[in-house]
Design a protein around this ligand. Structure first.
Ligand code: ZN
Ligand code: ZN
Length: 444
């Protein structure tokens, strides 16, 4: 392990006699290895030496940086809600929608759950996240945490995976390409501010250093005495908190909770994939109506034509829109199917030692599966936008089909299945001193 000034050394070897502050000990959530963080300068990050998972990422002036980004993002969101989003004009009949119409019109068309899904992922959860980050960072800048800071900091981890403003931008672009040939489209000011909002939201989530945040909320918390870096937490009867990162000693009886944030701990008790398998089974069941029923019904000059997901892809191919056909096919058909198959396969191979793939390849497969899952929501957003935008009665209007809800359920269920898959199972059979899997800590 290099000790050059550009590569901060992570202490992960039990043989190296080195006194490490208990404050610096962390458990990697992906492979369960207990590691000691080096001193990190702003701009540096520390990766797990065993699986490469980024443990912490430090920033210069973290409170000022995150607060400034969160306030800028909130401003962009306020502007996005206040102004017209897109305008649509066909044969002299015009229609202008605001961002919130993509959800409110779905409620009027008896799709309240799809509307809730759109509203939560695009506006409400990002709003909760941004207000929480602002509240926490304001406390840091004032020198003492504001009331309820711990409860608020706990919610950040649960909210982050469900924010999908960037997916909504892609959904809007696909919707526009779908209608641009048949009508005049006008991009409102809110469209541009929403693109800025999606970008700023990504920058805000990247700027939040969870490890620093929790350390600022409670500077006294440290790992239990006797914790040895370089061995897994489970073999030392320890468990890392997934919410705040503190290393906790496990009690002999009863359910364990984190000493610092009070979230339930999830100690390693061997391979248990039942929750993931149950959610995958549910998503396979929901995948059938999602593809067999129409996702939207288009009325044009008095005649209605329902279209399924695959029907929509074929229509784009007929019109020669290959790039959009590719996006919809990838997001709506390829990604959900591959995600379900990849998770099923991972559940199988972690139980079979002789099965193919090294632990590093397995964890890469899992990371890809987790990363791409949310992008499937693009088709649900396309339906929400088209339904709100095209409401010209018998001349031309679009209504949501029953597959919209089923497909949203597939996306949510597969995301939950990936979240509940315990990555530690991938490393359970691997020896943690295997240098083949080691990766030098990175410096940015
Ligand atoms: Zn790791
Ligand atoms: Zn905790």
């Amino acid at each position: 392990m290099s000790d050059s000034p550009h590569t901060p050394a992570i202490t992960a070897q039990p043989h190296r006699r080195r006194t490490v502050s208990r404050r610096r000990l962390r458990v990697c959530h992906e492979c369960d290895l207990l590691v000691a963080l080096p001193r990190l300068a702003p701009g540096q990050k520390a990766d797990c030496p065993r699986c490469g998972h980024t443990l912490v990422r430090r920033h210069a002036n973290p409170a000022e940086r995150s607060l400034a980004l969160a306030l800028a993002t909130l401003t962009a969101l306020a502007l996005s809600v206040a102004f017209p989003f897109i305008g649509f004009e066909l044969s002299g009949i015009g229609n202008r929608i605001e961002l919130t119409d993509s959800a409110s019109i779905l409620i009027g068309l008896h799709q309240p759950l799809v509307a809730l899904c759109v509203l939560l992922t695009v506006i409400i959860l990002p709003l909760v996240y941004l207000l929480s980050v602002s509240w926490l960072c304001a406390g840091m800048l004032l020198g003492r945490p504001l009331p309820r800071s711990r409860q608020i900091a706990r919610t950040l981890r649960h909210v982050t995976p469900w924010m999908m403003a960037d997916v909504f931008v892609i959904g809007t672009l696909v919707s526009l390409i779908k209608v641009v040939g048949m009508a005049d489209i006008e991009l409102g000011m809110s469209f541009w501010t929403f693109c800025a909002f999606a970008l700023l939201l990504l920058m805000t989530t990247q700027s939040v250093d969870k490890d620093w945040l929790w350390f600022s909320l409670d500077r006294r918390a440290m790992a239990p005495p006797g914790a040895v870096p370089g061995r897994t937490a489970s073999e030392q009867n320890l468990c890392g908190c997934a919410t705040c990162g503190l290393v906790n000693a496990l009690p002999a009886h009863g359910k364990a909770r984190c000493r610092r944030c009070d979230e339930p701990l999830h100690p390693w008790h061997g391979i248990n994939n039942q929750a993931t398998l149950a959610l995958l089974a549910a998503s396979v069941i929901m995948y059938l109506p999602a593809n067999l029923y129409p996702i939207m019904v288009t009325t044009s000059l008095g005649s209605s034509s329902p279209s399924t997901i695959i029907g929509g892809v074929l229509l784009f191919i007929q019109h020669g829109d290959w790039p959009i056909a590719f996006i919809i096919f990838t997001a709506s058909i390829l990604v959900p199917v591959c995600k379900i198959l990849a998770l099923l396969w991972l559940c199988y191979i972690v139980r079979h030692e002789q099965a193919a793939l090294s632990p590093m390849s397995r964890i890469r497969l899992y990371r890809i599966t987790e990363f791409v899952g949310r992008w499937s929501m693009v088709d649900v957003f396309v339906v929400a936008i088209l339904v709100a935008l095209i409401r010209n009665g018998n001349l031309m209007s679009i209504e949501p089909g029953p597959a919209a809800l089923a497909f949203a359920a597939v996306v949510v269920l597969t995301m939950l299945a990936a979240m509940l898959f315990d990555q530690r199972a991938i490393w359970a059979g691997a020896t943690h001193n295997n240098n083949e899997n080691r990766k030098e800590p990175n410096h940015v």
